[in-house]
Design a protein around this ligand. Structure first.
Ligand code: KIV
Length: 270
């Protein structure tokens, strides 16, 4: 398993860090077999596997349930689990208790929290030993306000993001995810910071890249953003299911190849 120090070394030696989301045992097993450096149990699972139209409905219990399965599928991979919508901002004590619960019960290596306003939270979690990955730029939990579009594309907003990124690092964040921002801005922030910066829709200069599993394998469950590249094609899943359906009805399945042929009925007394 890659450690935080090894991920830091990768930044320093410009060795790019790969990250993919996974939400269950089989996807985690695949990510580990593919030797992906880090897995994110993203709250995007709200859309990709639970069928919600945003991440807002996802609960702490949902995250724990899925992250535990991911840990079973990828026991040797650095795993980050998302802090879902509404799990921060109640009060300092309860926010921290939820962070402890997420970290402890899932056996993840870090939690990820969205937003520049969470510097105090990052500090409190770090103080009790929970590594926190910060997520800035487009933060899907706030799409009700921002919409799904490029962020920080004015001079003022870009400067604000540069400051925010520095502040989350100072608060103790161990890594930063930057989503849907201009690539030159992502390059500048990556250069400014000591911690690894992982991009999604942030160009090629970040220290690593993250994509959503179902997007890169084309499961056709999400709207496909400009920054998604498809590396596989599971859209043919429906074709396969429909062929199975036809073959069951036409009795082509199961064939002899899928049947135990040992005869036992002559050994069974009537
Ligand atoms: O939940 C998620 O999948 C994420 C990625 C988009 C970075 O936060």
């Amino acid at each position: 398993m890659k450690t935080l120090n090894q991920l830091l070394d990768m930044k320093q030696s410009n060795d790019k860090i790969s990250m993919v989301t996974a939400y269950d045992y089989p996807s985690a097993k695949q990510a580990e077999s593919a030797q992906i450096d880090t897995i994110l149990v993203g709250d995007s699972l709200g859309m990709t596997v639970l069928g919600y139209d945003s991440t807002v409905q996802v609960t702490v219990d949902d995250m724990i349930h899925h992250a535990k399965a991911v840990r079973r599928g990828a026991p040797g991979t650095f795993i980050i689990v998302d802090v879902p919508f509404g799990a921060v901002g109640i009060n300092e004590q309860s926010d921290l208790e939820t962070a402890v619960k997420l970290y402890q019960q899932t056996q993840a290596n870090a939690i990820k929290a969205e937003g520049a306003h969470l510097t105090q939270y990052i500090e409190s979690c770090s103080n009790v030993g929970i590594p926190v990955v910060s997520h800035l730029g487009l933060t899907p939990q706030s799409v009700g306000i921002t919409g799904y579009k490029m962020q920080a594309n004015t001079k003022e907003a870009a400067q604000q993001l540069i400051d925010d990124a520095y502040n989350v690092q100072q608060a103790g964040a161990v890594m930063l995810v930057l989503e849907a921002i201009p690539s030159d801005l992502a390059a500048k922030i990556t250069k400014n910071l000591d911690i690894p910066v992982i991009g999604i829709g942030a160009g090629k200069s970040t220290d690593g890249q993250v994509l959503v599993y179902h997007d890169l394998l084309n499961y056709e469950v999400n709207h496909q953003a400009k920054f998604v590249k498809q590396y596989g094609d599971f859209s043919k899943g429906v074709q396969a299911l429909s062929l199975y359906n036809t073959e069951v009805k036409s009795q082509q399945f199961p064939s002899d190849a899928h049947t135990y042929k040992k005869q036992v009925m002559n050994e069974v007394s009537e």
